[in-house]
Design a protein around this ligand. Structure first.
Ligand SMILES: C[S@@+](CC[C@H](N)C(=O)[O-])C[C@H]1O[C@@H](n2cnc3c(N)ncnc32)[C@H](O)[C@@H]1O
Length: 246
């Protein structure tokens, strides 16, 4: 898997943080003692969970050593980080009270297998809260044959999550939001996706091939998301799911 670059990822920290806060705001579990952030990235947002839940042990899990190296200095007796794969994650002590997964489950295959595991990990009153980008907003033009790093997105239709998690005994609150990000600078959409969805493509190429691919993607994105006097509008649809074991 292509490595993550925390600096590139953090270039749009404010835009990326907003869905996290809007997701977490809908969690109604009170006084959790065990909170886990799956795909915690550089840990900045995980740290806000430690502040929000001062009596909880908060654990961030991520499969990227680069991201965890960024997160490590934020660790405290209350807040810890561990290298791990979301697909193989299981609670350390039976169950947890809150599972947050912000912009990470789209990297995990087989949501039909994943949802029962996450639901089963919740204690009574516990909440699973995740947010995933939907619709493949800008990368759908990429020919998977170019680098071929990933198959189709594992993200299902919104109603699928409501049905699946309801069938697993959870009460589900789900909604979709399209953010209209206004990004500054030159080629900001290229910059945005260089920190996320384009990484596997870039990692699979090198030298002139990489330069050529990057130039073609940049030209396409410029045409699709033109720069305007105030910046570049990037419409970004996201699905939010907050599911509680009541
Ligand atoms: C878009 S970032 C989101 C980071 C953070 N949750 C945030 O909201 O800023 C996705 C993160 O998921 C992690 N990730 C992707 N696939 C993963 C997996 N299978 N297991 C654990 N972490 C994974 C990546 O390493 C990356 O840090």
């Amino acid at each position: 898997m292509a490595s993550w670059d925390p600096d590139q990822y953090s270039r749009f920290a404010e835009e990326r943080a907003r869905p996290f806060h809007e997701l977490v705001a809908r969690i109604t579990t009170t006084a959790p003692v065990a909170v886990v952030d799956l795909g915690c990235g550089p840990g900045t947002l995980t740290a806000t969970l430690a502040t929000r839940y001062p009596d909880a042990a908060v654990l961030g899990i991520d499969s990227s050593p680069e991201m965890l190296a960024e997160a490590a200095p934020l660790a405290t007796p209350q807040l810890s980080f561990q290298l791990g794969d979301i697909a193989g994650w299981r609670p350390q002590r039976g169950s947890v009270d809150v599972i947050v997964a912000n912009a990470s489950l789209q990297w995990v295959d087989d949501h039909a297998a994943l949802m029962p595991v996450l639901a089963a990990a919740l204690d009574d009153g516990g909440t699973l809260a995740f947010q995933v980008p939907t619709g493949g907003p800008v990368l759908d033009f990429l020919d998977p044959g170019v680098a071929g790093p990933r198959g189709a997105s594992p993200v299902q239709e919104p109603a699928w999550y409501v049905r699946t998690l309801s069938a697993l005994g959870l009460t589900v609150d789900a909604w979709e939001t399209t953010y209209l990000h206004v990004l500054p600078g030159e080629d900001p959409v290229l910059e945005w996706f260089s920190g996320t969805g384009l990484r596997p493509y870039f990692a699979a190429l090198s030298g002139a091939e990489l330069d050529d691919f990057r130039a073609r993607v940049a030209a396409h994105l410029r045409e699709r998301y033109p720069r305007e006097p105030f910046g570049t509008i990037l419409p970004f649809p996201r699905l939010f799911v907050v599911a509680r074991r009541t």
